[in-house]
Design a protein around this ligand. Structure first.
Ligand SMILES: C[S@@+](CC[C@H](N)C(=O)[O-])C[C@H]1O[C@@H](n2cnc3c(N)ncnc32)[C@H](O)[C@@H]1O
Length: 369
């Protein structure tokens, strides 16, 4: 997602090849093959590529513009995302929709990392659907000792992440699994794993029956009925629950639809029980949490296997107001569990809110705090 209005996020979005300080002529990458070529130039050797990345690289001519490579590297070192920016420009939104590829603005990543850091230092950070690596690169800085794992189905995104890591000298810190997150296996480790990211939003119409069956069976194993209408982002939460151990934590941003619709009941149940929901911060659509779409976003924080006092709920008007995701009003779990909707703005939530003393103390409002 690249919808942020503030300068740092906008700067991340700007393709490096369209502006810079170099005296060399600037030009935009023409197509995805040129983007692949630029990534390969940044990575150096092809030996480390996964099979899918190798296949993508086959037949791509090397880039004969060292200035372009140098400029891209410079931008990456400044903390920008020129490769991701070029990708978002080159791949049409309708095509990106197939894999739910939108990249996350900086302020959202920062606030999710702040919350994560408050839960203690993770031994491992896993980013399911890592894209160009915005979360993992930020996590690498924030948690210098943590092992980092990226899971990404799209080989071009994986290659961009690899190129970013190479430019930053971080290659050895990250393991990139180029596969479907629902099939990804993670070895057991000592210490806590942090699951962090922006799972792909792919609607159920584009999910095959085999995966719907997987979802139903996997949810049933946790005693939860699954809806066939659930999107891919809900599958990701369930996969986290399958992989996680008690004490692991997570923060995901998704579309907020699941808070109020029937198919979202599966996730609401999981959060109310095994997944250990802690908070839901609902970002107003005008904050543009998702590039190019006036859609409301929900940042969901959870601690696997833990039962918090209640679910912290907050409506957030702007990216600037996000902070470290510590604010909001706590709805006791006995209320939250029986509420048909969780969205702070829904009338039913408000009624359900007023019925609790803690909410009354908070003036019966779940508006931004
Ligand atoms: C919403 S984007 C997030 C990208 C990046 N984490 C960010 O926030 O900037 C979701 C990513 O998930 C990837 N993806 C889609 N389906 C996937 C799957 N089944 N398993 C793993 N990754 C997947 C997409 O290619 C895309 O890069």
């Amino acid at each position: 997602m690249t919808g942020a209005k503030k300068k740092p996020a906008a700067a991340r979005r700007a393709p490096a090849m369209s502006k810079g300080h170099s005296q060399a002529p600037r030009r935009l990458l023409r197509d995805e093959r040129e983007l692949v070529a630029l990534c390969l130039a940044l990575v150096g050797s092809r030996n480390s590529l996964s099979q899918a990345e190798q296949a993508l690289a086959n037949g791509v001519r090397p880039l004969a513009e060292p200035e372009l490579v140098k400029r891209a590297r410079g931008y990456i070192k400044q903390g920008l995302d020129p490769l991701g920016g070029a990708f978002l420009r080159l791949r049409a939104p309708a095509v990106r929709r197939n894999l739910g590829a939108v990249y996350t603005p900086d302020p959202i990543i920062r606030s999710m990392l702040n919350w994560s850091a408050d839960q203690g230092t993770p031994a491992r950070v896993v980013d399911p659907g890592a894209g160009s690596g915005r979360y993992l690169l930020a996590a690498a800085k924030r948690f210098p000792q943590a092992e980092l794992v990226a899971v990404e189905l799209d080989p071009l995104a994986a290659l961009m992440l690899r190129a970013n890591l190479a430019a930053l000298g971080l290659t050895s810190r990250v393991r990139i699994l180029v596969e479907d997150f629902r099939l990804a296996e993670l070895p057991a480790i000592e210490g806590r794993t942090l699951y962090l990211g922006n799972p792909p939003y792919v609607r159920h119409h584009d999910i095959g029956d085999d995966w719907k069956q997987w979802f139903a069976q996997s949810a049933a194993a946790f005693g939860v009925r699954a809806s066939k209408l659930a999107g891919l982002h809900i599958h990701f939460f369930l996969r986290v629950l399958q992989l996680a151990k008690p004490g692991d934590v997570g923060a995901f941003i998704t579309s907020s639809e699941w808070l109020d619709v029937n198919y979202g009941a599966t996730l609401r149940r999981l959060l109310a029980h095994q997944l250990g929901g802690v908070a839901v911060h609902v970002l107003d659509a005008s904050a543009m949490p998702f590039e190019g779409a006036a859609t409301t976003g929900a940042i969901t924080c959870f601690k696997v296997g833990e039962q918090s006092d209640g679910l912290r709920v907050r409506s957030v008007p702007t990216l600037e107001a996000l902070n470290g995701l510590s604010k909001g009003v706590v709805v006791p779990w006995d209320r939250a569990r029986s509420a048909p909707r969780w969205s702070p703005s829904s009338a039913q939530s408000a009624r359900f809110l007023r019925a609790t003393s803690s909410w009354e103390n908070c003036a019966g409002s779940i508006a931004a705090r």
